[in-house]
Ligand binder design. Structure first.
Ligand SMILES: [Zn+2]
Length: 1011
């Protein structure tokens, strides 16, 4: 899928927000018969090459129609022309002398009727990348009737089709019989569906060929085939790229656009001779385009069976490098000329990852070649096209093997692992429908770390990755209204609904659990069986369970009495996940284990638990004989068990359930066991596996948040962190403690908690150096959470470095590239918190300069970090400066800014001491400069939402809640404000509720320890 660099995972979705182009589908009446006209597509194909007579295209007709001259590539018509649109609009308003009529209807089924299946598509396209950014196309669909029907229904979106150019005839291999005439067309524009109504029925078993010629638009959109601009070595250039998932193939060619309707494809592409066309398959041959000097037609080899969304095409002037795998697979990397000599790292990881995946799956890469295209765009998205992977960034893809930071190497490696894993999971074996997209995205995410094991020198980074993602998704999935992995999807669902974190990360976490349940060996064998059985086909999860079930039973790792689909359906079809509570029975060797759904809802007691229960694989170890390597299932807790007795357990010893946290659930214990565990951590924490130390911290703090564990017990667990040197426990501990810190903002307990946190961090920080950017960027993989926290708590060295990095960035935008994105946010935030108007203004101007949505939203978030600054203290207020900034429409006086920044640097410590961290600058901007903010952010609903969220981050008093309510009421007509304000209100009221319940206990705990 359109995959993000593995950064804060929510960001990947932001780019995929589409421009909601109004659906344009116009049916042109043909004014004359086309049969005697020169065949436009003769030129694209050459008659001698095609066994079928080439069809017709409406050229040189007298009026109301598209003429071939409209599309003459040289000289290019000025943009935005689409003369076709004008012609079409004119034509649509005139009456059709003959031919088919489109009757517009609504309320058609969301899915295609199961009456036809496509066998093969022949597609001829002539994109005018340098012309008017339209594309002439002709598609022949070879269809098999699978159920007797009187219509042929297919998808079309944002294109013009010429009515008399829709032709139906007997297809290849048709058993014979009359082919009924198409009487008229029904079109549901909202659903992108056209249904050709037939004069009579066609019986099951018939083969038909439906031919449609069309004009598609390749500008102003990010779906289908689309043109984009870039510069290479100072020269402005244009290229064509493709993004079809989930339902944009229909913008590139009329088709039956559902992923399970796989077919083979022949693609013919007209291009100018100075460009190169690349598709899924190798080039077969090239011929001149008759009558069009400077143009040629590329024909690609026939694809294997694949989904429509996977038909890829890139036409560009990019450069490439060639290399081959040990098995002889040719690979090319395409990039701008100015970047093409920076592919060595990508070459190396691609070779290593491919070898791993081929070995693991026991299936060689299934196409005869692989292309990786670094599209020169400013985004972090990638798409896994079969045989043609597109990365929509070249800044992050291109690097010398040793030249860049570990952070960039890690990111690039796992993104490449993800897209390569899709070549098997997604492309070769494809989820039947988008509701089970986790079968594709979950596996691709699972292989991020699994496949990277040989590629990255920092083994702990590879081994810790899955658990870090597990904690992230467990937190998200504890929301009362979270959705299950398998959800109903229709075209009304957005990209964000389909490709959400649940599918990626919960999918990966469930797969990781299965790997341990079945053992890695059996799991791999089961997957091999699954891939072999369903290659070139489509699957639903029951196909996966069946293969794994058979492997488990065959190899004896799954009891013959157990059925994996019964077990796994509880994990994929139910929302959320369970918490088990282990209550040991005093003086006995047994315990009672309870299960219930785990949810966190601070605002009120959740009444939305649905009484869900799961099949839970229980694993455990104990103090007397700690064995953290055995992750095999000890006992299954069934989905009918609300509790069960377990034994034997050792008496008077601690026990830990969910060994290495391989199961997708949380664990709570009785108080005695929590005390034993806390003692163990304080005496010698290394007895407990690092993964379980991280688990204990994460579970304890989340259980306290959910009201299921006394905060004193959870905070006691964190006290051992002063001895902890490993990254993973630090990450989970600081995440939970930072959340408490945010809930305590502006309360008397805030200072004591910060002191406690800094005290915990003293030993760790004494080992970290903040002297140079290189150090701070290299340590991120080890202790990024701790570094972030230290900066936020005011660690002097960290603040100094952040301001210095930010200042370098203001002078040279490239300088920030090497800083880990996760760390970059804290650098920006720290510099803006402790800096002045220059820092703030620079972020604001960057917002308008950049086209990268992820980056823009990061900037909106950090703008909330600014403090109020008194007029007297500052001389010129930041607010006044911001106002000026707005009036200047984003022009920054950099020189002044730097001087002012240095001035602020001297003053920031005073401000800090005075407790002036009121993060209200952005709020004042929103309220006092509303008209300008609204006009500048325009229609970007998500940006507005994030600005509101960011500006109100620290809101936690009744007065602030009132202000927010007033703001919301004043701007109810702005969707971004409504959404952002409602979320902010929810957050603020949750904070207030949390304080009512837990403030006293946390304050007391801190006081008892001298803070
Ligand atoms: Zn993906």
């Amino acid at each position: 899928m359109r995959d993000d660099l593995p950064l804060p995972p929510v960001w990947w979705r932001l780019w995929t927000e589409r421009v909601n182009l109004f659906l344009l589908l116009l049916l042109l009446p043909a004014s004359t018969s086309c049969s005697d006209l020169p065949d436009y597509f003769d030129k694209l194909l050459g008659l001698s090459m095609d066994p079928h007579p080439v069809l017709f295209y409406a050229t040189n007709t007298n009026n109301n129609n598209i003429t071939i001259t409209d599309y003459t590539p040289s000289p290019p018509p000025p943009r935005p022309l689409p003369p076709a649109v004008e012609a079409a609009a004119a034509a649509a308003n005139s009456s059709s002398p003959s031919g088919l009529k489109l009757v517009e209807v609504s309320g058609m089924d969301d899915r295609l009727p199961e009456t036809m299946r496509p066998l093969h598509y022949t597609i001829r396209v002539h994109p005018f990348i340098h012309g008017n950014e339209t594309m002439n196309g002709l598609v022949e669909m070879e269809l098999e009737v699978v159920r007797t029907t009187a219509n042929i229904t297919f998808h079309v979106s944002q294109m013009i089709i010429v009515e008399d150019d829709i032709k139906l005839e007997a297809g290849e291999g048709d058993p014979g019989g009359t082919v009924p005439r198409i009487t008229h067309l029904l079109g549901d524009l909202e659903k992108n569906i056209v249904s050709a109504q037939l004069e009579g029925k066609v019986e099951a078993g018939r083969r038909l060929r439906l031919t449609v010629s069309y004009v598609a638009f390749i500008s102003g959109q990010e779906g289908g085939f689309f043109a984009l601009n870039y510069t290479d070595e100072g020269v402005e250039r244009k290229m064509l790229a493709s993004l079809h998932q989930p339902w944009d193939a229909r913008k590139a060619f009329p088709c039956l656009d559902e992923p399970h309707l796989k077919a083979t494809f022949d693609l013919h592409v007209a291009r100018t001779i100075n460009m190169t066309a690349v598709s899924n398959m190798p080039l077969s041959h090239t011929i001149p385009l008759i009558g069009e000097p400077g143009w040629v037609v590329d024909t690609f080899q026939r694809t294997p069976l694949m989904s429509t969304y996977n038909l890829m095409l890139v036409v560009s002037s990019l450069h490439h490098v060639n290399f081959t795998t040990d098995t002889g697979l040719p690979i090319r990397i395409w990039a701008r000329g100015e970047k093409i000599n920076q592919t060595s790292f990508l070459q190396r990881v691609t070779l290593g990852l491919l070898t791993f995946l081929e070995d693991y799956t026991d299936l060689p890469f299934s196409l005869p070649k692989l292309d990786l295209v670094a599209v020169p765009a400013d985004s972090s998205v990638a798409f896994e096209g079969w045989g043609l992977i597109q990365f929509y960034t070249d800044r992050k893809m291109m690097m010398e093997a040793e030249g860049d930071t570990q952070y960039l190497r890690n990111s690039l490696t796992i993104l490449t692992a993800h897209e390569l894993a899709h070549q098997w999971f997604g492309n070769l074996v494809t989820p039947h429908w988008w509701s089970e997209v986790w079968l594709s995205e979950g596996f691709a995410t699972y292989f991020h770390h699994v496949a990277s094991i040989n590629e990255l020198p920092q083994v702990e980074w590879v081994t810790e990755g899955p658990q870090t993602l597990l904690h992230m998704i467990l937190k998200q999935d504890s929301h009362p209204h979270t959705l299950p992995l398998e959800i109903p999807i229709t075209q009304t669902n957005s990209m964000r609904d389909i490709f959400d974190n649940i599918g990626y990360h919960k999918g990966a976490a469930i797969i990781r659990m299965l790997n341990h349940v079945l053992t890695p060996h059996t799991f791999r064998n089961g997957l091999r069986q699954y891939l072999k059985a369903h290659q070139y086909g489509s699957v639903s999860q029951r196909d996966l369970w069946q293969s794994l079930n058979e492997a488990g039973h065959r190899e004896g790792t799954l009891s013959p009495h157990l059925d994996l689909s019964t077990i796994m359906n509880t994990w994929t079809r139910k929302a959320g996940y369970p918490v088990i509570k282990v209550v040991k029975i005093p003086r006995s060797n047994s315990a009672t284990v309870y299960q219930e759904r785990f949810t966190v809802n601070l605002h009120k007691k959740s009444n939305d638990r649905h009484n869900h229960k799961w099949w839970i694989p229980l694993t455990f170890t104990s103090q007397g004989s700690p064995d953290f390597n055995n992750t095999r299932v000890w006992l299954w807790m069934r989905d009918t068990d609300s509790h069960m007795r377990v034994h034997p357990l050792p008496k008077n010893q601690w026990v830990i359930f969910n060994v290495q946290q391989t199961g997708y659930y949380r664990v709570n214990y009785d108080l005695h066991n929590w005390r034993l565990l806390t003692q163990q951590l304080l005496i010698n924490h290394t007895v407990i596996h690092v993964a379980n130390r991280a688990q204990l911290l994460d579970d304890a703090l989340q259980l306290a948040l959910a009201g299921q564990l006394d905060y004193r017990v959870a905070l006691d667990v964190t006290s051992y962190l002063a001895r902890e040197e490993e990254n993973l426990p630090w990450k989970s501990g600081t995440k939970g403690l930072e959340h408490i810190e945010s809930l305590l903002k502006k309360t008397p307990a805030s200072g004591p908690l910060k002191k406690y946190l800094l005290a915990l961090m003293v030993p760790l920080l004494s080992n970290l150096k903040f002297d140079t950017p290189k150090e701070i960027t290299e340590i991120h993989t080890k202790h990024i959470k701790a570094v972030k926290l230290a900066c936020r708590l005011g660690h002097e060295d960290c603040i100094h470095l952040a301001i210095s990095l930010y200042s370098q960035w203001m002078q040279n935008r490239e300088s920030i590239e090497g800083v880990a994105l996760e760390l970059r946010e804290v650098v920006y935030c720290t510099a803006i918190t402790h800096g002045g108007s220059a820092e703030w203004n620079f972020a604001w101007s960057e917002y308008f300069r950049s086209n990268d949505k992820q980056y823009k939203h990061l900037l909106l978030r950090v703008m909330g970090c600014a403090r109020d600054i008194d007029q007297e203290e500052e001389g010129t207020s930041v607010e006044a400066s911001v106002g000026g900034q707005l009036r200047d429409q984003g022009v920054v006086a950099e020189q002044e800014g730097q001087e002012e920044g240095q001035h602020k640097e001297r003053q920031q410590e005073e401000g800090q001491e005075k407790g002036k961290q009121q993060h209200r600058l952005a709020w004042n901007l929103l309220t006092k400069e509303w008209d300008r903010v609204a006009s500048m952010l325009g229609e970007d609903e998500e940006a507005m939402e994030m600005l509101v969220m960011s500006a109100t981050e620290s809101f936690s008093t009744h007065q602030e809640v009132d202000e927010l309510v007033q703001f919301l009421e004043a701007h109810r007509d702005v969707p971004g404000v409504v959404k952002g304000s409602e979320l902010a209100l929810h957050r603020a009221t949750q904070t207030l509720d949390w304080r009512e319940r837990y403030y006293g206990v946390v304050r007391e705990w801190l006081q008892e320890r001298g803070y």
